[in-house]
Every structure is written in C-alpha cells, then in structure tokens.
Design a binder for this molecule. Structure first.
Ligand code: AMP
Ligand code: ZN
Length: 118
C-alpha cells in the first residue's frame, strides 16, 4: 500500500529504530536526525515516517505530512540556532540530482556561508 514501510529502505529502518541515528526531533509524522556525512555545521535530515520515494511523490500523496516535514525543517533550524543567519532546505530528487536514498527527505543545512545556488 502507498506509504507503507519498505524492508530494503535505510530511512524506514531508522523510523523503526532498526538502525541507530542521532535524532534531534520527532513528531507523530516525522523524524529529524543528523546526517552521517555532514556538509555544514548543521546538517539534519527531516523525513516523514511514511515511505515515498521523493518529496514530490510525498506531496502528491500526502500534502499534510509534506507540510509537517517543512514545518519541522524550520523547527530544526530554530533549535540549531541557524534561523537568524539563514539556512537551506534541499530535496535532492533523482540520481542526476544526487539523491541516493529513495525515501523522501529534507536536508536542513546551516551554520556556514552557503553559496547562492540559483
Ligand atoms: P540524498 O543523497 O539527498 O539522497 O541524501 C541522503 C543522505 O543520507 C546523505 O547526505 C547521506 O550522508 C545520509 N545518510 C546515509 N546513511 C545515513 C545514516 N545511516 N544516518 C544518517 N544519514 C545518513
Ligand atoms: Zn523508506
């Protein structure tokens, strides 16, 4: 069924507690944890508990949870005190954009000067 946990998905395993993660915030619908290979002083991933392959697919299937992910990205930025200086929310979508884990996730990056991308 759509959104059901996938046995071969790394982030579903983190949601289930089968793989450890440094969790910074949790809600009924989301988990936020530190990226294992941080690209900035603050680099936190916010994921929905439900499994969808990318952010757009999640948004089409479950707009409320998509909003939860974005709200949590803001909460993480405030918790990490990068909201004042500025931070970036990234959704890599597809292999050509660098997506390696096919469970929707927001990268929250901050704590250093982030070059303007677009
Ligand atoms: P993406 O490349 O956009 O799909 O992002 C996947 C991210 O997951 C990468 O930044 C990885 O460093 C990160 N990652 C992979 N495995 C783990 C893990 N076990 N715990 C935390 N972050 C992870
Ligand atoms: Zn998953």
């Amino acid at each position: 069924m759509a959104g059901e946990p996938q046995d071969d998905c790394l982030f579903c395993k983190i949601v289930k507690g089968e793989i450890p993660a440094t969790v910074v915030r949790e809600t009924a619908t989301t988990v936020a944890f530190r990226d294992i290979n941080p690209q900035a002083p603050t680099h936190v991933l916010v994921i929905p508990r439900v499994h969808y392959k990318d952010a757009a697919t999640l948004a089409a299937a479950d707009p409320e949870v998509t909003a939860d992910v974005l709200r949590e990205a803001g909460e993480v930025a405030a918790l990490e005190k990068v909201d004042g200086t500025g931070y970036r929310i990234v959704f890599n979508t597809g292999p050509g954009a660098g997506q390696t884990v096919f469970h929707a996730h927001a990268h929250v990056l901050g704590g250093r000067d982030l070059q303007r991308l677009v």
